[in-house]
Design a protein. Structure first.
Lengths: 286, 125
């Protein structure tokens, strides 16, 4: 009998990440709306309950679900942000409380741990494909590069999995990675944001900077981010070497992607505009 | 003094050029290793410092460094690596091959200026 896991009230991006991570294990995942959760929870072995930053409504929903369960055992794990945990933590433990909390962005090892703890039925189909330990060096590399080279601050606003490596910005820089791990990393900017960043890197005005300057600047930005991440990952199973960056302009571009390997899209915001860093990395056997 | 900036990125060459000129130095530029060697063959007497990228199409920065340091006409030139290769093994390899200074990207203008000035103090009298 397979393990049934309910995802309750997840927003779209978090749902994509949770579904992708859970799909690596022998579990069946079903998305359940708030209105039906209390009535249907008895059918599941584990419920992941998305808890928004404001907690009052969530608290009532949790209480209703617990009442609906009666004597049936279905552990409820709250999934929430760093902000949401402050209200959520008061609803963990006791007869009426959830069993546990997981913070977003969901990490593969956290999902594995909770599945193992609460269902005892975990079998990783392909642990390499969901190993995302390599993401943080790309996040810190991006933040630091923008700060040092352009004097700009940025913040990470999201993380999601994408089925392919389509960069949606006007300018995209891509670097191939090879070694113990292989794949690619890309950055994709809107025309305005790329122009703004390169102008600041070069201390030039938007009137002075040329298309070629922007293309070169985007490529170099990607090169520096990848270099910073490489240095952090050098003594890990994710160690890689860098190729020369390639830059594409004019609109969406899809990079070649190792088969079956997910693409992590790290979303950032700088100067009020969004940009993405796409990372696709898998271990090789060399 | 004259500084040779070797990097396949025009962005980096411009940033380096601006810093060097603000410090009162003149700058020659090369977009790859072969162009750097050609410039040195012609103007080795003028160049006091080479600011050298590692990852470039064709010759790598390390190959350029080894060539510079093995040539009696250029081995006196101070070399500072300016690269996104921040791994300590790369730093050690570059220093072992004769580089006198090493700055990793990302960098800010102040750090670059400081490293250029520091490298200038290493130029033989």
């Amino acid at each position: 009998m397979s393990t049934e896991v309910a995802l309750i009230g997840f927003p779209r991006l978090q749902e994509q990440i949770a579904t992708r991570l859970l799909s690596e294990h022998d579990v069946h995942v079903e998305h359940v709306g708030h209105e039906e959760a209390a009535a249907r929870l008895q059918m599941f072995n584990l419920a992941l309950f998305f808890w928004p930053d404001g907690g009052e409504v969530a608290m009532q929903r949790l209480k209703a679900m617990k009442e609906g369960l009666g004597d049936h055992v279905c552990p409820i794990v709250i999934v929430t942000s760093h902000t949401g945990q402050y209200t959520a933590q008061h609803s963990v433990g006791g007869n009426d409380g959830a069993e546990d909390i997981m913070l977003t962005p969901l990490q593969p090892h956290d999902v594995l741990q909770k599945l193992s703890k609460y269902t005892g039925a975990v079998k990783a189909k392909d642990p390499i494909a969901v190993d995302a330990d390599f993401i943080n060096p790309f996040v810190s590399g991006t933040v630091e590069t923008l700060k040092q080279m352009a004097g700009m601050n940025c913040e990470r606003t999201g993380l999601r999995l994408a089925p392919d490596a389509t960069s949606t910005g006007f300018y995209s820089g891509t670097i191939g990675l090879s070694g113990k791990a292989e794949g690619f990393v890309s950055v994709t900017f809107s025309k305005d944001l790329a122009t703004n960043i390169v102008c600041k890197m070069l201390s030039m005005t938007t009137e002075e900077v040329t298309e070629e300057d922007i293309r070169d600047g985007v490529g170099e930005f990607m090169n520096v981010v990848a270099g910073a991440a490489k240095a952090e990952l050098v003594n890990t199973k994710h160690a890689f070497s860098l190729s020369i960056p390639q830059v594409f302009s004019g609109g969406p571009h899809t990079a070649a992607q190792p088969r079956g390997i997910p693409v992590f899209v790290i979303e950032f915001k700088a100067d009020g505009e969004r940009f993405d860093v796409l990372v696709c990395l898998r271990q090789t056997h060399s | 003094m004259t500084i040779l900036s070797v990097d396949d990125s025009t962005t980096i060459r411009r940033i380096v050029k601006r810093s060097c000129e603000e410090l009162g130095h003149s700058v020659l530029e090369a977009a790859d290793g072969a162009a750097a060697i050609a410039t040195l063959e012609e103007k080795s007497g003028e160049v006091s410092l080479i600011i050298l990228d590692w990852n470039m199409p064709g010759m790598t920065g390390l190959e350029v460094l080894k060539k510079v340091k093995s040539d009696p006409k250029t081995k006196h030139i101070v070399v500072m690596m300016l690269t996104s290769e921040a791994d300590m093994n790369f730093v050690k390899e570059a220093l072992a091959a004769g580089a006198q200074n090493y700055l990793t990207k990302p960098f800010d203008q102040k750090m670059l200026a400081l490293k250029i000035q520091e490298s200038m103090t290493m130029i033989p009298a």
